[in-house]
Design a protein around this ligand. Structure first.
Ligand SMILES: CC(C)(COP(=O)(O)OP(=O)(O)OC[C@H]1O[C@@H](n2cnc3c(N)ncnc32)[C@H](O)[C@@H]1OP(=O)(O)O)[C@@H](O)C(=O)NCCC(=O)NCCS
Length: 219
């Protein structure tokens, strides 16, 4: 059985753990050996193996059977969370991708490494999902859409066909996107939004139809 270390904690990290355990109910595939976390000593029944640091990673990196999931990417802490990931210098082949057993993923789609696909997500044909993408429960990704690295799709989002989410784009809960539009780099779409036109890089939009309410810090 492959072993997994989740980098993160309560929230995205525990949601990922839950998906892994649901996968294990069907077929024992992963043993979660613990979390890396800077603040907690244990998370549910899992131990915290150390802080999120290169030193912690080095203890496990040479074990061919151990893989990692990084669950800390958000637009709010973009620089901090990305730097943390890059500082760990984990080779890409050491990142797992986990897909909940109830997700329906077209065989004509592609999903990269370090991704978490949650319960009841639907991924249509021709969809390309790059790396470190998190898609939460019940979201629908329409055919031929593209989600680039670090994309974050909260639950119940409906992404129209051929939509492109540029690097780090964030979709809040329950938002709907018209087909063929582009959501810019690290742009933020608030919950419940209806997006009918392109959203520029680093822009925060909300409402139906969306309006701009601010920018994401580009520092
Ligand atoms: C957009 C968001 C981050 C708030 O951003 P913010 O910069 O703090 O915005 P504010 O709360 O100051 O609100 C600014 C304006 O936008 C409006 N607004 C904020 N979020 C909105 C939303 N989702 N839909 C419609 N209007 C919204 C506010 O009413 C306010 O309007 P006003 O200026 O006319 O009074 C937040 O409301 C949101 O939608 N977060 C996503 C939550 C989510 O989906 N989480 C994932 C699941 S856990």
């Amino acid at each position: 059985m492959k072993k997994l270390i989740i980098i993160g904690g309560h929230g995205n990290g525990t949601v990922a753990a839950s998906t892994v355990e649901d996968l294990n109910k069907r077929k024992k595939e992963w043993e979660i050996i613990g979390f890396l976390n800077d603040f907690e000593e244990s998370i549910y029944h899992y131990p915290v193996l150390g802080p999120i640091s290169k030193e912690s990673v080095n203890k496990y990196i040479n074990d061919f059977n151990i893989f990692f999931l990084y669950t800390l990417i958000t637009p709010k802490f973009r620089e901090k969370s990305l730097n943390k990931l890059l500082d760990l210098k984990i080779p890409k082949e050491k990142f797992a991708t986990v897909i909940h057993p109830t997700a329906v993923v077209s065989e004509f789609s592609k999903i990269g490494y370090g991704c978490v696909i949650q319960p009841l997500v639907s991924v249509g044909p021709g969809v390309e999902i790059d790396n470190f993408v998190q898609i939460f429960a019940q979201s629908l990704i329409g055919h031929d859409a593209r989600i680039k690295d670090y994309g974050y799709v909260a639950n119940n989002a409906c992404v129209g066909a051929k939509v492109i989410l540029e690097e780090g784009a964030y979709l809040g809960t329950n938002c709907s996107l018209l087909e063929n539009i582009v959501i810019g780099k690290w742009a933020f779409v608030g919950m419940g939004s209806v997006v009918i036109k392109h959203v520029s890089n680093y822009t925060k939009v909300v409402g139906n139809p969306t309006r701009e309410i601010g920018m994401i810090d580009q520092a």
